[in-house]
Design a protein around this ligand. Sequence first.
Ligand SMILES: [Zn+2]
Length: 102
Amino acid sequence: MSTTEAELHCEVCNQLTDHELHYTGRLLDSVRCTRCGTHVELSSRALIPAYAMDLEHRLVSKPRRMMRRIARDPVGYLRQLPGSALRQPRKFLNEFRELLRR
Ligand SMILES: [Zn+2]
């Protein structure tokens, strides 16, 4: 999860206000108005396919098969990797878990 700020039009305040933009990976996940606190959550149903596509994009040089393997058997997948390769897949898996927990 990462957060940035941007000035957006708030429906409740009916003016431009500072908003916190919450990201999962590179995708916008939710938006919060810092003036009135209105929180807009993007549907996780809509987010997951978009996220999966984004993930595939990031792993474009690697076979699709690998992603299916990760989804089916994450622990087995991580075990077979050398330590230096662990960081990225683990990051992806953590992002996926964060999405699926909702
Ligand atoms: Zn507002």
